[in-house]
Design a protein around this ligand. Structure first.
Ligand code: ATP
Ligand code: MG
Length: 419
């Protein structure tokens, strides 16, 4: 019997996996330059953290969580997203008692029991940035800008930024009521009708064409903003424009829960079919209080690494010609040579030169094939005669030129050549 990765999951393998690591790093590069510090939280948390912090009425909590009892009977859940854990950690450690905003970034696996398809997995990777404890349109603009720069730094040109405002506790209730009144007049199934009463904004997000067709005349939150929310939103947009960030106003962009306020945004890529969102975020002024903390107005995003890699593929930005695994490859001929080569390769690595050698007692032909496959620029061939002469044959695999170098000098010679 042989095992397969579980449904909805997959493996990243070399050389692609190296590029994935680089993508994760690049996406958060701009945030790190803006003073965001790295936070690592557990992969599982108390189930109640997500029930409250993501919201009972969301698909994530109602259908998609990997929840299990531990051996002591605690209900734990594999994290489906990062924000709730970040807020939990900030409150637990009192980070909000220091200088505000608290700026943090993370990178990690997320787990959602979803319908597995291209771009939608049950185990996927997000990087995130969160700025907690300030209500300032410049902070919203910074967060959005840092996300846009993350994508741009990868060379992606097809990422579009959609933004909207969801209002706040002053204006959202009036809007919610107007939306509910509109939705109650539509021809919808029982589940969706129930959603109108619990979480009407989420109905706007329904992807089914028969639902979308009925939503054309739905009231828009942007038309119901109070004066404060309107000017806040104008300021965020003006700052983004001033910084040269292209965005599109999307009055239908929503997040279902009450603790999401004001700025909301999504990064989409048109080369991904229906799984077009490569990242999303917004302001969540009410979340801290939902988790038992003080008011802590905050804004952040999460970017999907796997979909970003797909977007890069769509734009032809993934280079699948395997980059050299190592710079130097050792070809020892015989037992004594193997012992010496083992030491030589170790010395090379200590000197910062990446190096590998032929294992398994291969002959010259097999070992040279290994050298080619390794992508190395140089092969070091060590035979009995070389050992006796305290020398090694240095072969440049791109030109096939071969020179003899004293063993005592070869590390320095190679250091000079590979730099
Ligand atoms: P979608 O509308 O596509 O379901 P979402 O609103 O659930 O996305 P968020 O919770 O905002 O997504 O997560 C941020 C990003 O994480 C998404 O924009 C996407 O790039 C990525 N993401 C979310 N769910 C998945 C998944 N199941 N597989 C791969 N990437 C995902
Ligand atoms: Mg989703």
């Amino acid at each position: 019997m042989s095992f397969q990765a579980p449904k909805g999951t997959f493996d990243w393998l070399p050389p692609r996996s190296e590029q994935v690591l680089a993508v994760r790093e690049a996406l958060v590069g701009p945030a790190r330059l803006a003073g965001y510090g790295y936070i690592e939280t557990p992969v599982f948390e108390d189930t109640q953290l997500f029930a409250r912090g993501v919201g009972e009425s969301t698909d994530i909590v109602s259908k998609e969580m990997y929840t299990f009892p531990d051996k002591a009977g605690r209900s734990l859940t594999l994290r489906p997203e990062g924000t709730a854990s970040v807020v939990r950690a900030v409150l637990q450690h009192g980070l909000h008692n220091g200088q505000l905003p608290v700026k943090l970034w993370y990178s990690g696996s997320q787990f959602r029991y979803e319908r597995a398809q291209k771009g939608r997995y049950r185990h996927f990777w997000q990087v995130g940035a969160e700025a907690l404890g300030s209500e300032d349109p410049a902070l919203d603009a910074e967060v959005v800008l840092l996300g846009a720069q993350g994508f741009a730094s990868l060379g992606l040109t097809g990422v579009r930024l959609l933004i909207n405002s969801l209002g706040d506790k002053t204006c959202r209730p009036t809007y919610r009521a107007a939306l509910q009144e509109f939705l109650r007049g539509l021809d919808l199934d029982a589940d969706t009708r129930a959603r109108i009463e619990i979480n009407p904004l989420r109905v706007l997000d329904d992807k089914r064409p028969e639902v979308q067709a009925q939503l054309t005349g739905a009231p828009l939150v942007i038309d119901h903003l109070c004066a404060a929310c309107k000017s806040y939103h104008e300021e965020v947009r003006a700052l983004l424009s001033a910084a040269g960030v292209a965005y599109e106003d999307d009055p239908r962009l929503v997040r279902g829960l009450d603790y999401y306020t004001r700025t909301t945004f999504e990064f989409v890529h048109d080369g991904l079919g229906s799984q077009s969102a490569v990242g999303g975020g917004g302001r969540y002024d009410g979340l801290s209080e939902m988790l038992g903390g003080p008011p802590l107005p905050s804004v952040g995003w999460a970017l999907g690494v796997d979909r970003t890699v797909l977007a890069m593929e769509a734009e032809g930005l993934i280079d699948d010609t395997a980059p050299g695994r190592v710079q130097v490859y050792g070809v020892p001929l015989g037992d004594e040579a193997r012992r010496r080569m083992f030491l030589l390769v170790t010395e090379l690595r200590q000197a910062g030169v990446s190096a590998d050698l032929a294992y398994g007692g291969k002959g010259l032909k097999g070992a040279m094939k290994g050298a080619d496959r390794s992508g190395a620029r140089f092969a070091l061939i060590l035979g009995e005669r070389d050992l006796a002469a305290q020398a090694v044959q240095l072969k440049d695999l791109t030109t096939a030129e071969q020179t003899e170098v004293p063993l005592a000098q070869v590390v320095d010679v190679l250091k000079g050549k590979v730099q």
